[in-house]
Design a protein around this ligand. Structure first.
Ligand code: COA
Ligand code: AMP
Length: 640
């Protein structure tokens, strides 16, 4: 029997008691004077008056408790053929050493540090070293281009950047240093220091005075026995800023605090993921995304578990058995990845032949998130892995699941297409456009009644006004998730689609609005629209439409490939923006709004109705004609 219903009811009856009890799992320098203060911040603040250090809770306290010899982090990199592990004692030493290096460069509590790293252990060490000295890290995903990095420099004004000479994408080397140099050139704010991990496959050239070699700095610090102590911070101080896509080109700097984050994440490890300290947990994501922050680095370490940092792909490194090799080699108890990874495996190994080659006896649960888990993918994984396959729903903004199937409280029956039920902390409601709660089963916007639980963003970096306008002003007293969906008679949540311009490409969150801003910069483009269309592998991919300026007589094909390159150069390869079509006109309403929804329905081969407000219906025929000729309507696109 699951205790979920009782635990959820207990939380609802007295949230302060629930979170106060959960906070006992954390070592505080000073406990909170108030578990929650509704009068502070934008909607209240958690663990007011408390003082703590997140790195201490992730590392030192486990060493003190006798876990020093247990593996804390396993780096498994099929792309470099490396497996290397760090015990809790070793990781503590590395983090304390880097912390001292940062302090010696003048970095202090509250300073911002950008981490632009491939999936190497130094990425986790960098994050934890910042946490140790009270600096605020901001990790930028390696697949973003220089311009994206520059935008973040200007927004959070980092004192230093920690990076590596390159990333390895399957067999391709991606030099990072040119991107860093370009970003520094583009940004108005220039970081004072860059610390670079020189990887053997690519040596970056260093700029004298500004760039430092990671290995030299840390070796020198070790020789001198320099180690940073844990710096005490307020529970409400920021631990990190993580930028995420919004409706416009300017990314939103999601702020995470120290205290609430630790309490919520620690609670999830046992209660949601069903993991005990000492067990191996693997989130096959990237530290550049929220999943990587929460479930590669912070939560497993807060819990005293062993975490895996995987530099590879689900397929091609070297084959569709890559995940099963890691699970069997490291005795993974639970793993977490995006459905798209499983679609890639299923495509290459439809009968699950690779699965049979490995001993998966330690493996208990597969968790999926990042995009809606389509029932076909879940069923395939259930049949072949013979373990529960559990979807759960969350956002960069929350840092932990809003809805899920809590293994530690007793797994609930799975309903395909649903991430199951709201977690304690989330009073989830479905609202209509007037802000009224709808009846069970009816679709509307999924919104969380304030206050948000611990770990959720208290605000956006340096932008309380944007926090309010993006999340709190649509429905008074609620945080809008910008996801649409419904809750059924049994209380199961169904998350169906975004209500804004955000799309989800291979589990990566991107903004079509931002892509439009980039496409519009091309000198020959008069007007444009970018929509997210269905894709068998990646869930969604962007599709662009451009109208050329009058008088342009260059080949449309040439302009289209320039536009593709522009998006890749400005946003990065992660945008997966590869399809763009030149059209004569864009379909619009009489008030001039582009009919993106109708264009998407056409591209996806869905039934669609002529919008009553359309200005000129003939344009939809023109667009359909172009998509048809280019093979861009769903069935032709299938498998792209
Ligand atoms: N640094 C540099 N480039 C990167 C990168 C990184 N860290 N990550 C991705 N890219 C590049 C890829 O090489 C690719 O470039 P290309 O257009 O030249 O081929 C492009 O960005 C798109 O990457 P991606 O969307 O990941 O596609 P893919 O074809 O390389 O791989 C999957 C497809 C499904 C295998 C892959 O997306 C995957 O494993 N997804 C798991 C999802 C995930 O981790 N989600 C995080 C939330 S849980
Ligand atoms: P991110 O902030 O990158 O984690 O993306 C969050 C968005 O991804 C959510 O708002 C949803 O649109 C989508 N998402 C994440 N997990 C799920 C899920 N399990 N089911 C449906 N959508 C999801």
């Amino acid at each position: 029997m699951s205790t979920y219903a009782k635990v959820y009811a207990d939380w609802k009856r007295c949230p302060a008691k629930f979170w106060g009890d959960a906070a006992e799992e954390i070592d505080w320098v000073k406990p909170a004077t108030k578990v929650f203060d509704p009068h502070l911040g934008e909607y209240g603040r958690w663990f007011v008056g408390a003082e703590c250090n997140t790195a201490y809770n992730c590392l030192d306290r486990h060493v003190a408790a006798g876990r020093g010899k247990q593996k804390a982090l396993i780096y498994d990199s099929p792309v470099t053929k490396t497996v290397k592990s760090y015990t809790y004692a070793e990781l503590t030493d590395e983090v304390a050493t880097l912390g001292a290096v940062l302090q010696d460069l003048g970095i202090q509590k509250g300073d911002r540090v950008i981490v632009y790293m491939p999936m190497i252990p130094e990425a986790a060490i960098a994050m934890l070293a910042c946490a140790r000295i009270g600096a605020i890290h901001s990790v930028v995903f390696g697949g973003f281009a220089a311009n994206e990095l520059a935008t973040r420099f200007d927004d959070c004004q980092p004192v230093a950047v920690l990076t590596a000479s390159c990333g390895v994408e399957t067999a391709r080397i991606i030099p990072y240093k040119p991107l860093l140099d370009k970003a520094i050139e583009l940004a108005a704010h220039k970081p004072k220091h860059c610390i670079i991990v020189q990887r053997s496959m690519e040596k970056a050239s260093l700029v004298a005075g500004r760039d430092h070699d990671w290995a030299t700095l840390t070796a020198d610090a070790k020789k001198l026995g320099r180690k940073a102590e844990c710096v005490t911070v307020a529970a409400t101080d920021p631990l990190y800023i993580l930028y995420t896509s919004g409706t416009t080109g300017a990314p939103k700097g999601v702020v995470r605090d120290n205290g609430g984050h630790m309490v919520a994440l620690k609670w999830t490890m046992k209660n949601h993921y069903g993991i005990d300290p000492g067990e191996v947990f693997w989130a096959a994501s990237d530290v550049g995304w929220v999943v990587g922050h929460s479930y590669i680095v912070y939560a497993p370490l807060l819990h005293g578990a062993t975490s895996i940092l995987y530099e590879g792909k689900p397929v091609g490194t070297p084959d569709a058995g890559a995940f099963w090799r890691v699970i069997s080699e490291h005795k993974v108890a639970a793993m977490f990845t995006a459905p798209t990874a499983f679609r890639a495996i299923k495509r290459d190994d439809p009968n699950g032949e690779f699965i049979k080659k490995y001993d998966l006896s330690a493996f208990r649960t597969l968790f999926l998130a990042g995009e809606r888990a389509d029932p076909e993918t879940i069923k395939w994984a259930e049949i072949h892995l013979k373990v529960p396959v559990l979807d759960h729903w969350w956002q960069t903004e929350t840092g932990w699941p809003i809805a899920g199937n809590p293994v530690g409280l007793g797994t609930l029956p799975v309903k395909y297409g649903s991430p199951t039920v709201p977690m304690p902390g989330y009073d989830l409601q479905v609202l209509n456009s007037e802000g009224d709660e709808v009846r069970r089963g009816e679709t509307g916007t999924l919104a969380i009644r304030l206050p948000l639980p611990p770990s959720c963003l208290p605000t956006l970096w340096n932008n309380d006004a944007r926090f309010r306008s993006s999340y709190l002003s649509e429905f008074k007293g609620y945080y809008t998730t910008s996801d649409a969906g419904y809750i059924d008679q049994d209380g199961y949540v169904f998350v169906m689609a975004r209500t804004d311009d955000v799309i989800n490409v291979a589990g990566h969150r991107l903004s079509t609005g931002q892509m439009e801003e980039v496409v519009a910069k091309h000198k020959d483009v008069g007007e444009c629209a970018v929509i997210g269309v269905a894709d068998q592998l990646k869930g969604q991919i962007p599709m662009g439409f451009i109208v050329l300026n009058a008088g342009v007589n260059r080949s449309a094909k040439e302009i289209e490939s320039e536009v593709v390159k522009l998006v890749r150069d400005e946003i990065g390869p992660v945008a997966a923006f590869k399809q763009v079509m030149t059209v004569q006109r864009l379909p619009k309403t009489r008030s001039g709004k582009i009919l993106r929804g109708t264009m998407r329905a056409i591209a996806d081969g869905e039934q669609w109705k002529m919008p009553a407000t359309i200005d000129d219906p003939a344009i939809l025929d023109e667009i359909t004609g172009v998509m048809d000729t280019r093979g861009m309507i769903s069935k032709e696109r299938a498998g792209s």
